[in-house]
Design a protein around this ligand. Structure first.
Ligand SMILES: [Zn+2]
Ligand SMILES: [Zn+2]
Length: 421
């Protein structure tokens, strides 16, 4: 190939040194595009001289020195703005704890289209202007700040919009896994926007925007939001229990996602203590550890048996033998559960088979009893007891011949240990 094709094009199209060099970006490994442009024009001048063409301009460009970016027909000055654009990035990073970053740029579409056309006419040895800007801004920012440019999962991705001189900074979320227990039967697992005002705040919700003033999520996330300056949090639980059910034992695994964190290094053990002190026993968070984003999907897909402690109430006194027999007959039984009436307005109407691993009668007192039930994931425990008007079959109510309902439900244990076997 003839390198003169590049310089001829640069001359014809009035290109600055960087835009000239970028036409040949795939050649001359290790050079900047600016250096490539200089090399091309110098070579062109020397060849011309050798052939006795024209005289003595160092960087031959129609006999005059090379164009500065501001005079460039292609980039319209952008190639000369790297220092200014890097400064915008540095200012956006100010006060944020980071180790690694990646720069992206938005460039006027017309410039990019014109550039592509130009590069095709010279054999497509070039690279997009955006690549040059990303690299040059990135290395300048790295030099000034000591931060490390990183393509793979950087702490920050910053996109510089060169059309409007604005930046969009996305900070990589932090993910913290732990387990929670809950003894307060009046708080939901996650924040629940007010039904009336959808979170804006109204009379009904006392301007809180929430159906309930607190949740496991808000109690766990509060101190972590404060410590990180994150703008938002997301609570990913491994399933959930009803609001009025306690979550006891070793607790339920969750991952808390903190979005746009300004601080990334935390003392999780100390923060765990802060969370638990503030929650005053209503909930606890335990075993906080750092995890990565893929852990969220893994957690959501994990299902296991659960053991419950249940207080039931019967409409009439039940003989203990009859109760014992009913409980026995459900142990090891597969029950058919049609989507319960209480959730049918928001869930598909299906019949599911669920296995009751074990049911034990812990105590009984005429019209009430305490049971321990271990059941397959997704078993509707309230309906297993009440029968839900025949939608769950068999049910305890059916087997003992008396209407009965769950009064109190506690989750005692998630059988995660069986998954590892
Ligand atoms: Zn240019
Ligand atoms: Zn409201």
């Amino acid at each position: 190939m003839d390198l003169r094709a590049f310089t001829a094009l640069a001359q014809q199209e009035q290109l600055c040194l960087s835009c000239t060099g970028r036409l040949a970006a795939r050649l001359g490994f290790g050079l900047t595009n600016h250096e490539r442009g200089q090399a091309l024009l110098a070579t062109r001048a020397m060849l011309a001289e050798a052939e006795g063409e024209v005289g003595d301009a160092t960087y031959f460009h129609n006999g005059t020195p090379a164009l500065v970016p501001n005079e460039c027909d292609l980039c319209e000055g952008l190639c000369g703005e790297v220092a200014h654009l890097a400064q915008m990035v540095l200012e956006a990073f100010d006060g944020i704890e980071l180790a690694t970053f990646q720069v992206g740029t938005v460039v006027n579409e017309e410039i990019l289209a014109r550039e592509k056309e130009l590069q095709m006419t010279s054999g497509s040895h070039g690279e997009p202007l955006k690549s040059q800007l990303n690299r040059e801004i990135g290395s300048r920012v790295a030099d000034v700040s000591g931060l490390i440019p990183e393509r793979n999962i950087p702490d920050a991705v910053i996109v510089v919009d060169t059309r409007y001189d604005t930046v969009d900074l996305q900070l990589r979320s932090l993910f913290i896994e732990g387990r929670y227990t809950k003894t307060d039967r009046a708080i939901p697992q996650t924040r629940w926007p007010c039904r009336e005002c959808h979170g804006r705040g109204c009379e009904r919700c006392n301007s809180s925007g929430q159906m309930y003033p607190e949740s496991v999520q808000s109690l766990v996330a509060g101190p972590l939001l404060e410590a990180t300056g994150a703008t938002e949090d997301k609570f990913h639980g491994m399933g959930r229990e009803d609001i009025d059910a306690a979550m006891l034992g070793e607790g339920r695994p969750f991952v808390l996602e903190l979005r746009q964190p300004k601080v990334r290094s935390l003392d999780l053990a100390a923060l765990e203590k802060v969370i638990n002190a503030a929650a005053a026993g209503r909930i606890t968070a335990n075993g906080l550890v750092w995890v990565e984003r893929p852990r969220v999907a893994e957690l959501k897909e994990t299902v296991c048996d659960k053991t419950y402690r249940v207080d039931i109430n019967c409409d009439q006194p039940v003989e203990i033998e009859r109760l014992k027999k009913g409980v026995q007959r459900l142990t090891g039984k597969v029950v058919e559960q049609r989507t319960p009436t209480r959730v049918s307005h928001r869930r598909a109407d299906l019949v599911r088979s669920r296995r009751v691993e074990s049911m034990k009668l812990l105590s009984t007192d005429a019209t009430s009893a305490e049971l321990e039930i271990r059941a397959q994931h997704g078993t509707y425990i309230r309906e297993l007891v009440s029968g839900d008007g025949g939608r769950t079959s068999p049910s305890l109510a059916m087997l003992i011949g008396t209407e009965c309902q769950v009064e109190v439900l506690d989750v005692l244990h998630l059988h995660l240990e069986d998954l590892k076997a």
